[in-house]
Design a protein around this ligand. Sequence first.
Ligand code: PXG
Length: 438
Amino acid sequence: MLDKPNTMSSFWMPFTANRDFLREPRMIQSAEGMYYTSSDGRQIMDGTAGLWCVNAGHRDPLIVEAVQKQVHELDYAPNFQFAHPQAFELSGKLTAMMPEGMNHAFFTNSGSESVDTALKIALHYHRMRGDSARTRLIGRERGYHGTGFGGISVGGIVKNRMHFGTLLTGVDHLRHTHDLDRNAFSRGCPAHGAELADDLERIVALHDASTIAAVIVEPMAGSTGVLLPPKGYLQRLREICDRHGILLIFDEVITAFGRLGAATAAEYFGVKPDIITTAKGLTNGVIPMGAVIVSDDIYNSAMENAGAPIELFHGYTYSANPVSCAAALAALESYEQNDLFRRAALLSQPWEDQLHSLKGLPNVIDIRNLGLVGAIELAPREGAPGARAYEAMKRAWDAGIMIRVTGDIIALSPPLIISEPEITKLVQTLGEVLAELP
Ligand code: PXG
């Protein structure tokens, strides 16, 4: 082996300003509950549950123990033509948390894979029913569905798409729902914009429903900067899909497992999709894992109509890996034991009140919230979009809180174990950062 010097640039960091980071690294050494310890020994409050995944807080003892035990007993087992009991135990426990009639889980290793899997299952479903002209996939502007080619094709964030060629064909996009003119400083879901769901009728008129397989949306768009569905929007989208035989996919990679104060956004909004994609909170972020949950109709149609013994030619080496299953089973157990979804629901009011207290600080042009999610939108600096929020993120780290930024939007999504005094501390610290921010 060549004797190469070990430089920090050997790690090409994901979604990171690598060159800037190397000049001024923000390094994390350990974590416990609501806090990280930085490598210079400071306590940093986790205002984002990692990347929207550590819902039960860090190093939950149930999960740590379950993973340790599992890795000693069965480290790996294939799930192609063989299986292990934890996979069935987990699929049972997971589907029991899903809306009525959604009783089948397909396991993946990430949100991006869950999205790819969901899109493929949608195409497969129509084909199984002899409706194979239904191949178009409809996403939404500003949607985020991970970074696979499927996900960036239906996704609507320009920078995630523009560098990567022509993407999937046969994809179209609904208009996004962000409308500060009408909805700035809304508390909870905004009042205006349900009619934007009718944009699906425009797309149907253009392509004809008989060519459309599925619509995929985040019930609450997280990554793009917390865009909340206008009141009635998701219900209307469901009705239009039903009218035209189009499957509705909710990408719940962020919203599943308590973020809005319910097991799923589907439950929270009372709108049932045909497919739900999950990841992140499924294992509390501890081990990579995702799951796609489908309706009985979709599963049964594959079981009844497949021409080959294998019903779906799709899967991953690590689908339902035993250690991931153990982490997920323990995470779901922890959510239940600590009643974390209800806790998130109860905290959502003080959370809202605290966040909206930042109104009036310099450059704050919107504050929005739902469940334990919040966003503060800043006015961009002249000729330097994103620079103001990026600087806020760096100053927040120095001040002892971790926040996420996308463009000039600050997103907050703390672990669901956060206490009211910790909410106050998080918001106050952010307020101090914003008050000083040029
Ligand atoms: N769908 C949705 C709705 C997501 O939010 C993915 C799919 C992809 O998941 P994976 O596991 O492949 O990354 C996501 C991921 C942020 C942020 O700061 C959000 C995500 C990932 C990283 C950062 O907003 N969402």
